[in-house]
Design a protein around this ligand. Structure first.
Ligand SMILES: [Zn+2]
Length: 87
């Protein structure tokens, strides 16, 4: 069997270009479209940073067409210090 290597999605057959630091904007694709009550359809989103909190960053998702707020999300801080010394 010519299964692809573990850890690779099956559709990633083509040779990928060498990883570049400039390609990191794909980290945040979890919500690319949501239903907009004003446009009455699923719309592409704009993400806007609302607040930076100690526990993370609060984003608001806006309809790309009419700028109606269609959702919010708290992105937990990834650089939390998790070292706990209990000695
Ligand atoms: Zn809309």
């Amino acid at each position: 069997m010519n299964r692809s290597r573990p850890g690779r999605p099956p559709y990633a057959r083509r040779q990928e270009p060498p990883a570049q630091d400039g390609n990191k904007q794909f980290d945040e694709l979890e919500a690319s479209s949501l239903y907009c009550p004003k446009c009455k359809t699923a719309v592409p989103l704009r993400k806007r940073l609302l607040l930076v909190l100690p526990e993370g960053e609060r984003y608001e998702y806006l309809c790309a067409h009419c700028s109606t707020s269609v959702g919010r999300k708290l992105k937990e801080a990834t650089n939390k210090i998790q070292l706990i010394h209990t000695s």
